[in-house]
Design a protein around this ligand. Structure first.
Ligand SMILES: Nc1ncnc2c1ncn2[C@@H]1O[C@H](COP(=O)(O)OS(=O)(=O)O)[C@@H](OP(=O)(O)O)[C@H]1O
Length: 304
């Protein structure tokens, strides 16, 4: 769809604040649930690259870094289309005239870079069979929660979050789209050594983007000059991406995403949760966190 058509797009009311339905115990939109057989049977290819994350963990940022690497730092090429058209979101089923992730992916020539928020056990099995490379990005639970809360307020294609107090409980219970944060990050963590998975952390990317981009380069078996690396770091900084209409989701009509409620590129800072959690909420959250993460070797930085 052209950018002009996109601006005038008007989705039928029934697709806004969508109905939800569980698939294998995980909350999804009804459209995803209705299309589940097709999604599960998606045919991955050996040269696909999949960017997998829990929602709000730094997906768009990683997509932009990968695209810049794949295009040797050519900015114009990275501006060729919206982030969601450059990298099909495989399970995201949408009503016409919008293109669903599967349609986009199936039309796209190889090599493709794809996006998913699916928990590891729900990834279409062809990804494992074809041994495609996967970059997984994890972000600490409290910042994911804060980001997801604001996103759910501004994006009319996901369920309304209710009040902040309600949302904290909904998130802890995993009753949000794509399910429990705890199961998601642990599931992918435990899968990482059995497959070609590069497991990254949002906080590490923020602390030292050069170091983390080098990890991605190595994983993709690519090399770029120091000059191009500098360009990638600059172009994918929060401040620059916030102004990039091909990455900041502002080309979508406000009936879908209303950036005046909360911009998609909101804060981009680790530790923003401290501005939202009360002392009591934080204590409660930590206790529950300990229980849910017990026994896992996966750790996140606490001193944020
Ligand atoms: N370049 C860069 N640097 C730092 N942070 C960035 C960057 N780009 C996006 N972001 C922040 O990532 C959050 C959005 O996450 P996702 O892209 O995973 O969202 S989505 O799940 O694909 O909708 C959202 O986080 P919050 O600001 O905390 O809400 C974005 O602001």
């Amino acid at each position: 769809m052209s950018l002009e058509e996109m601006k005038d797009l008007h989705l039928e009311e029934k697709y806004l604040q969508p109905e939800t339905k569980e698939v294998n115990g995980i909350l999804m939109t009804k459209m995803i649930s209705d299309n589940w057989d097709k999604i599960w049977n998606f045919q991955a290819k050996p040269d696909d690259l999949l960017i997998a994350t829990y929602a709000k963990a730094g997906t768009t940022w990683t997509q932009e870094i990968v695209d810049m690497i794949q295009n040797d730092g050519d900015l114009q090429k990275c501006q060729r289309a919206n982030t969601f058209d450059r990298h099909p979101f495989i399970e995201w089923a949408l009503p016409p005239p919008l293109s669903s992730g599967l349609d986009l992916a199936n039309k796209m020539p190889s090599p493709r870079t794809l996006k998913t928020h699916l928990p590891v056990q729900m990834l279409p099995p062809s990804f494992w069979k074809e041994n495609a490379k996967i970059i997984y990005v994890a972000r600490n639970a409290k910042d994911c929660l804060v980001s997801y809360y604001h996103f759910s307020r501004m994006n009319k294609m996901v369920p309304d979050p209710g009040s902040w107090e309600q949302y904290v409980e909904t998130f802890k219970a995993g009753k949000v789209l794509w399910g429990s944060w705890y199961d998601h990050v642990k599931g992918w963590w435990h899968a990482k050594d059995q497959h070609r998975i590069l497991y990254l952390f949002y906080e590490d990317m923020k602390e030292d983007p050069r170091r983390e981009i080098r990890k991605i380069l190595k994983f993709l078996e690519k090399e770029v000059s120091e000059e191009v690396l500098d360009k990638i770091i600059h172009h994918t900084s929060f401040e620059v991406m916030k102004e990039n209409p091909m990455a900041n989701y502002t080309t979508l009509p406000t009936s879908i995403m209303d950036h005046s409620i909360s911009p998609f590129m909101r804060r981009g800072m680790p530790g923003d949760w401290k501005n939202y959690f009360t002392v009591a909420q934080n204590e409660d959250f930590d206790k529950d966190y300990e229980r849910k993460m017990a026994g896992s070797t996966l750790t996140f930085r606490t001193a944020l």
